[in-house]
Every structure is written in structure tokens, then in C-alpha cells.
Ligand binder design. Structure first.
Ligand code: ATP
Length: 274
């Protein structure tokens, strides 16, 4: 595996698309001070997922976008593409050539792609993590970086060695899994609290439901009793009407309570059936 091609478009001092082609072995980039040699190294670290603006010698990520010169206006986006030769299959992907790209827009948007297909930063990190190339970039020893490695404490040395050995990827996965576990534990605790609260309300709610069921059955019995009373009243009223006075003209007034009682009893019994 080796770095084959690097294309910078709107990245730092490289306003126009510039492609550098590397061969296996050692490549040296020479140039006068301020000509952009370190910007090439920045482009390499950036395309591989660097997130710290400070590590790219800037104050914000937007600083990587061409800021303009007296003869050229600033650009709205920066893009870097890195092509890696993968004929020996070092990268865990079914391509002999892999191009990773990163684009940033001045309005804040940012995109990653592997062989032209949009992807997440995580996909790029995972792809590179077994190769010794990675976010910590110990393989890129920029100005002042060698000093940093030499002065690193045991934990720092361990991080460099772990990345070189390809352990970092698994450690990151472990950290992610632990984070997920912690979230799940917190969710479980919340669910337990809810269950506890619901269980606490179950007793009083059960008692209320029992009372409400009892009230409904009492109401039905009450309506039945009322209908029976009305029916009995009606019967009594009917009996009280003399058989000889069954004409409307004579008994109109006496019939009234009988009719009303019948209507009431019919209405109540049909309601209690419902
Ligand atoms: P040295 O050998 O002194 O370290 P160098 O060749 O590594 O120099 P770089 O530091 O890569 O040079 O490039 C510095 C140049 O890049 C400066 O001229 C700076 O103005 C220019 N530059 C940096 N960021 C931007 C940007 N966003 N837009 C335009 N130019 C930029």
C-alpha cells in the first residue's frame, strides 16, 4: 500500500486544483519558505479525518478554505482527495485503488466520500485504522511533532504504539460499546422509575375501578326496582278505573296517571337493558 495521488482544490494556498503524484519509496517536496509545503501535509492529515483546527495550524476549520489574495477572491469550499494504492489489499475494501475525499463549505457543511460514494467520518477512520494511518497521525511527523512524540508521557507513548499496532480501532469500538451500554443502563433506570410509579398508582386505581363497577351494578338494580314500582303503580291505577267508565269522555283525567306511569316504567326498563 502506498499514497498514490493527492489533489487539493481550494485548500489553503492551493486555490486552483493541484495534483501531486507519488511513487513507491521516498518523495521529497522542496520549495522556498511559505510556498505551501506544510499545507500539503495539512491536506493529508485533513483528508484522513483530522478534527482539530489547531493541528492544521488554524483557529477554525474554515481556515483551510482558500482565503483569497490581492489577485484572487476567496473560495467557498475546499476539497482534498487522496488516492491510495491498495493492490496488496492492506485496506479492508474490495478495490485496488481507494480514493478518500473530504469537502468543507464556508457555510459550515462538510462531506466525506470513499471512491465517490458519500460516507461518514467513522467509515474513513475505520478503513484507515489498521494501516497505521489514522486520526492521531503519528505517521505524519510535522514541524514540532517529533519533539511532541519524544516528550510524550507513558500514556502518550502507549497511544502511539496502540495506533501503530492497529489496536486503536478496537479500543475506539470498545469505548463506543461502553458508551452505548451506559446509555442503555440510564434508559433502564428511567424505565424502572416509571414502573415503580405505575405500580404505586395501581392499588388506588384498582380500588377506584372496583367502586365504579359496584356503582354501575347498583344503578342497574335501582332502575330495575324503579321500573317494577312504576309497573305496580300502573297496575293499581288500572284496577282503580271503574269498568263501566271506560269511555274517554268520562275517565280522561283518571287515565292520565296510568299512562304517565306506564311510559316512565317502559323508558326506565329499556335504559336498564342498555
Ligand atoms: P515553511 O517552510 O516556512 O514552513 P511552507 O512551505 O511549509 O513554509 P506553508 O506553511 O505550507 O509554507 O504555507 C504558508 C502559506 O500558505 C502562507 O503564505 C499562507 O498565507 C498560505 N495560506 C495558509 N492558509 C491559507 C488560506 N486559507 N488561504 C490562502 N492562503 C493560505
Amino acid at each position: 500500500m502506498y499514497l498514490k495521488e493527492l489533489t487539493l482544490k481550494g485548500f489553503k494556498s492551493f486555490a486552483s486544483a493541484t495534483t501531486l503524484r507519488f511513487e513507491p519509496g521516498i518523495t521529497a517536496v522542496v520549495g522556498p519558505n511559505g510556498s505551501g509545503k506544510s499545507n500539503i501535509v495539512d491536506a493529508l492529515t485533513w483528508v484522513m479525518g483530522e478534527q482539530g483546527a489547531k493541528n492544521l495550524r488554524g483557529t477554525s476549520m474554515e481556515d483551510v478554505i482558500f482565503a483569497g489574495t490581492s489577485s484572487r477572491p476567496p473560495l467557498g469550499r475546499a476539497q482534498v482527495s487522496l488516492t491510495i494504492d491498495n493492490t496488496d489489499g492492506t485496506l479492508d475494501i474490495d478495490y485496488t485503488e481507494v480514493t478518500i475525499s473530504r469537502t468543507i463549505y464556508r457555510n459550515g457543511g462538510s462531506e466525506y466520500a470513499i471512491n465517490g460514494s458519500p460516507c461518514r467520518l467513522l467509515d474513513i477512520q475505520e478503513l484507515l485504522s489498521d494501516t497505521g494511518l489514522g486520526q492521531q497521525m503519528h505517521v505524519i511527523v510535522g514541524q514540532g511533532r517529533l519533539d511532541e512524540i519524544l516528550k510524550a508521557d507513558p500514556a502518550g507513548h502507549r497511544a502511539f504504539i496502540e495506533e501503530a499496532a492497529g489496536i486503536l480501532k478496537h479500543r475506539k469500538r470498545k469505548e463506543r460499546a461502553i458508551r452505548k451500554l451506559k446509555n442503555t443502563e440510564a434508559n433502564l433506570a428511567r424505565t424502572d422509575d416509571l414502573l415503580h410509579e405505575i405500580r404505586r398508582q395501581l392499588g388506588p386505581l384498582g380500588r377506584q375501578a372496583k367502586i365504579s363497577r359496584r356503582a354501575a351494578s347498583i344503578q342497574i338494580s335501582l332502575r330495575d326496582a324503579q321500573s317494577r314500582i312504576f309497573a305496580e303503580d300502573a297496575q293499581k291505577s288500572l284496577k282503580a278505573v271503574p269498568s263501566c267508565a271506560m269511555s274517554w269522555g268520562m275517565c280522561g283525567e283518571s287515565w292520565k296517571p296510568v299512562n304517565v306511569n306506564w311510559r316512565k316504567s317502559r323508558c326506565i326498563s329499556s335504559r336498564s337493558r342498555r
